[in-house]
Design a binder for this molecule. Structure first.
Ligand code: CUA
Length: 108
């Protein structure tokens, strides 16, 4: 047994374990639509789709991936600036495509 497992309240990232944020895309939204992260803390975004091909594009953080049904797309991310960074679906997916968006909020 690892002795450090008994240490109190040590955050997952400090133990070298990844913090994972799961995001599901479906016509015509992302769940969750607001993702709150902490500046300098590494996370992995795990994106999947509940219906069809979507896109995930967050230009301010340099992210652009396809989001496919039946597949998990992993995006490692360590935000290096605080702020609110919008993301959108950039694969045409139907009449609600233009409203399919969300925001990544990075706190200090
Ligand atoms: Cu989803 Cu466009």
């Amino acid at each position: 047994m690892a002795f450090w497992a008994a240490l109190p309240a040590s955050p997952a990232w400090a133990q070298g374990t990844e913090e994972v944020v799961r995001i599901t895309a479906k016509r015509f939204d992302f769940a969750p639509a607001e993702i709150v992260l902490t500046k300098g803390r590494p996370v992995v975004l795990e994106l999947t789709s509940a219906d069809r091909l979507h896109g995930f594009k967050c230009p301010a953080l340099g992210i652009r991936v396809d989001v496919e049904p039946g597949k998990v797309t992993r995006v490692p991310l360590t935000p290096d600036k605080a702020g609110s960074f919008p993301f959108v679906c950039d694969v045409f997916c139907g009449e609600g495509h233009d409203e399919m968006s969300g925001v990544i909020v990075v706190k200090e």
